[in-house]
Design a protein around this ligand. Structure first.
Ligand code: NAG
Ligand code: NAG
Ligand code: NAG
Ligand code: NAG
Ligand code: NAG
Ligand code: NAG
Length: 385
């Protein structure tokens, strides 16, 4: 059958006029008053900015600057740039809330860090000391994870887990000001083999896959968060100008740069765009601050939960989308955590790995705040309607 060119042209015109896909109209709402469950804490380590991922029957937490407590319970030295821990689950599959120390309860963190950075500091990034203080005595490297390890494979029979973390090679001055705009990004392998880790306190083996996996003129894909769905790793990266771009790669090809595709101008391309290129930013893919991406099988949606750009309160926002590239819904606020008024809250995180099963319509949240005895990490449970 032949269609007249007029019919074809008007069909084309319709296709061009119609909005390509409508933004998500799904509105998550909170069922009951969220429950404050206590803290996530290691009684031996004071530490900043933790995220987590499910590693088999336990949750793995990875955090930024960490310090041992002294005899009076105050953070002391050495300070090291990152640390990790395990937390356990109860027999009923819920995160195990227990006494931590003294009056504190919550998730008890444990693991052998040996006061060394969990993410090894590259040799040319002031790695001589665990703080990352540079010989110029004016700066330090800050090899700080913004997102937890992304698990790409888990062998149920052996318990072997492969995960990856992307960390930007930040350098800061002693006023915490960034010294490099859009620095390169290091890819780390986080590999756990229970047969090789010794006791339950043994942590995964972390190695540098490539120091400048993404260069300074590329987006730091993966550092802003990622999610694995149907064997594909979707990796978000945010530049200094706060654009958030997306890359994808088969989950078993994460270390193979030529296997990546990038979402640019509404399409996938194998050419990595420049860090400031127009057409990389995805609208409403987050509220602009730090957060967590995951896939909700009960909602059948990709989800981001986190903080708004430049906010300093524990104000949690959410946005959802049927696909990783959007369109994403307009982020909406659903919870505000209370914290010491004198201190800021940041590193707002969601913890889908703490859920009992994929059909539990809920999420766990944490954030980082501080008081005169150092950093602490409140844990909250939110049930959705
Ligand atoms: C537990 O708390 C007590 C009292 O605050 C403190 O003296 C002790 O060092 C703490 N234990 C650990 C392992 O941090
Ligand atoms: C850690 O991984 C590196 C690189 O794969 C390997 O050479 C080393 O033997 C591993 N160490 C342990 C304790 O598994
Ligand atoms: C990207 O934009 C930032 C400002 O956000 C600028 O400082 C930087 O030099 C730009 N990078 C490149 C490679 O153009
Ligand atoms: C890397 O990815 C490219 C593109 O998909 C593929 O042709 C190549 O075989 C991959 N290399 C390895 C070592 O898997
Ligand atoms: C994204 O958010 C803005 C406001 O922040 C809104 O005007 C716009 O419609 C949203 N885009 C989509 C695709 O929902
Ligand atoms: C700081 O907060 C932690 C966690 O809530 C608490 O255990 C500690 O007593 C607080 N310190 C002060 C000085 O309030």
């Amino acid at each position: 059958m032949f269609l007249s060119s007029a019919v074809i042209l008007s069909a084309l015109a319709l296709a061009l006029d119609a909005p390509r896909v409508l933004a998500d109209d799904f509105k998550p709402s909170v069922l009951d008053t969220p429950q404050v469950l206590g803290l996530v804490a290691d009684p031996h380590i004071n530490r900043d900015s933790c995220g987590s991922a499910r590693f088999g029957s336990r949750e793995l937490w990875a955090c930024r600057d960490s310090q041992p407590y002294d005899a009076e319970g105050h953070p002391s030295f050495p300070l090291y740039q990152s640390s990790a821990s395990w937390t356990d689950f109860d027999l009923d599959g819920k995160p195990k809330i227990q006494a931590i120390n003294g009056s504190q309860t919550g998730l008890l963190c444990y693991g052998n860090n040996y006061e060394e950075p969990f993410y090894p500091v590259p040799e040319d990034e002031c790695h001589e000391n665990s703080i990352g203080a540079c010989p110029d005595q004016k700066s330090r490297s800050a090899i700080w994870p913004d997102s937890p390890p992304l698990v790409t494979s888990a062998d149920l029979a052996t318990g072997v887990i492969q995960a990856y973390t992307w960390i930007t090679q930040s350098a800061i001055d002693f006023h915490q000001r960034a010294l490099a705009v859009d620095p390169p990004t290091t890819l780390y392998s986080v590999y756990y083999d229970p047969a090789e880790s010794g006791t339950a306190a043994g942590l995964p083996n972390v190695t540098i896959v490539q120091e400048s996996f993404w260069t300074s003129d590329q987006l730091p894909y993966g550092s802003y968060g990622g999610v694995v769905a149907d064997g594909i790793a979707y990796l978000y990266g945010q530049n200094n100008a706060r654009s958030v771009g997306l890359a994808r790669v088969p989950a078993d090809q994460v270390t193979n740069k030529t296997a990546y595709e990038f979402y640019v101008n509404g399409d996938w391309t194998s050419a990595a765009p420049g860090v400031n290129d127009t057409g990389v930013n995805i609208l409403n893919v987050s509220a602009g601050g730090q957060g967590t991406y995951y896939y909700s099988s009960i909602w059948k949606r990709f989800v981001w939960i986190g903080q708004a750009c430049d906010d300093i309160g524990a104000n949690f926002y959410i946005t959802t989308s049927g696909s990783p590239q959007g369109p994403w819904a307009k982020p909406s606020q659903f919870y505000t955590g209370s914290s010491d008024d004198s201190s800021i809250s940041y590193t707002l995180q969601a913890h889908p790995g703490l859920l009992r099963s994929l059909d539990e319509n809920a999420i766990y949240l944490t954030w980082t705040t501080a008081n005169s005895t150092g950093y602490y990490t409140p844990l909250v449970y939110v049930q959705w309607q």
